[in-house]
Write a new protein. Structure first.
Length: 321
């Protein structure tokens, strides 16, 4: 498969997403009242541990490197990921894996995987647009699709929608996944963040023309955009946008943080994870957006060195390049 990428932006996307994930993971199930208001990378001792968000993003990327049908390869890579949630190492696998990620012992770790992804993958039958597998619009599809933005084809959106449908049947999940891929694609092509957001919204209205869900989705994004232009209290705005457990709320929160703090990645990630919700996913998507915008060279290098999946992340970037 061919890629449309600046390697520094691809690396920034994967590494930025991992940083946001690792910052949010320790506080994912905490309420704001329980969190330290100065929660930052310096407060985390030792390795920066990523969640299922970064794990599944890597398996999405791995599917892009395989010959054959992308949908089938992606499903099979996710089946490999499923094994890592229950097995201690390669010797315990119940099937022959197709992903080279399975060679890394650090991949075998259960990090609060999303219930929808687990249940649909355990069912063993992939969902599709014609036969929705469920009515879930959780963010479990959104947080894993970023690598699809770098495929060299005119409509990576259809691939994102198809990916989402594997495990999530609700159209809102498909809309949000396509929107993130669209946004990252425009950023990677050199558009400003604001212009990329505008172009993405146009794409989504065109692709899902006539859908009632699109209006709900776009209204929420508009709230995030307008709020990012004002000096409002961040926690208050995020509480209005939601908690990030569902796809549209995750993207709206990430968009708000990315727009308001586009020149300060660490600040954007701190704001993105300090709320009563799915902190690792909102942090991860924020990191993917700003990582693509800034490129890997402008990300905090000392924090990157502490990522627990740094070796497979760097190997993935090398292979994609």
């Amino acid at each position: 498969m061919k890629y449309n990428l600046n390697i520094d932006q691809l690396a920034g996307c994967l590494l930025g997403g991992a940083l946001g994930d690792a910052l949010g993971y320790p506080v994912e199930f905490e309420k704001v009242s329980q969190m330290s208001q100065d929660h930052d990378f310096d407060k985390i001792v030792g390795k920066l541990i990523v969640s299922d968000d970064t794990q599944m993003t890597l398996f999405t990327a791995n599917a892009l490197l395989l010959d054959g049908n992308l949908r089938i390869n992606t499903w099979n890579c996710y089946q490999d990921w499923l094994e890592t949630q229950f097995k201690q190492g390669k010797s315990e696998l119940s099937h022959r894996p197709i992903s080279w990620l399975m060679e890394y012992p650090e991949m075998y770790a259960s990090r609060e995987p999303g219930r929808t992804c687990l249940m649909t993958l355990m069912r063993g039958i992939p969902g599709d647009l014609n036969e929705p597998i469920n009515q879930s619009k959780g963010c479990g599809a959104l947080m894993r699709v970023a690598p699809l933005a770098f495929i060299d084809r005119e409509d990576p959106y259809s691939v994102a929608i198809e990916n989402s449908a594997l495990t999530h049947g609700h159209q809102m999940s498909h809309i949000a996944s396509a929107a993130l891929v669209s946004l990252l694609r425009y950023i990677s092509e050199g558009e400003t963040l604001c212009d990329s957001v505008s172009l993405m919204r146009q794409d989504i209205k065109r692709i899902f023309m006539g859908s009632l869900e699109v209006k709900v989705f776009d209204d929420l994004l508009q709230q995030a955009i307008l709020a990012s232009e004002k000096d409002f209290d961040d926690m208050e705005i995020i509480s209005r946008l939601g908690e990030g457990w569902v796809a549209e709320e995750t993207l709206a929160i990430a968009l708000y943080c990315s727009l308001k703090y586009s020149n300060d990645l660490k600040k954007a990630l701190r704001v993105a994870v300090l709320h009563d919700g799915d902190s690792d996913s909102t942090g991860s998507v924020t990191g993917q957006i700003l990582g693509t915008l800034l490129g890997a060279k402008k990300l905090p290098q000392e924090e990157i060195k502490r990522l627990d999946l740094l070796e497979p992340l760097m190997k993935m970037i090398e292979r994609l390049s």
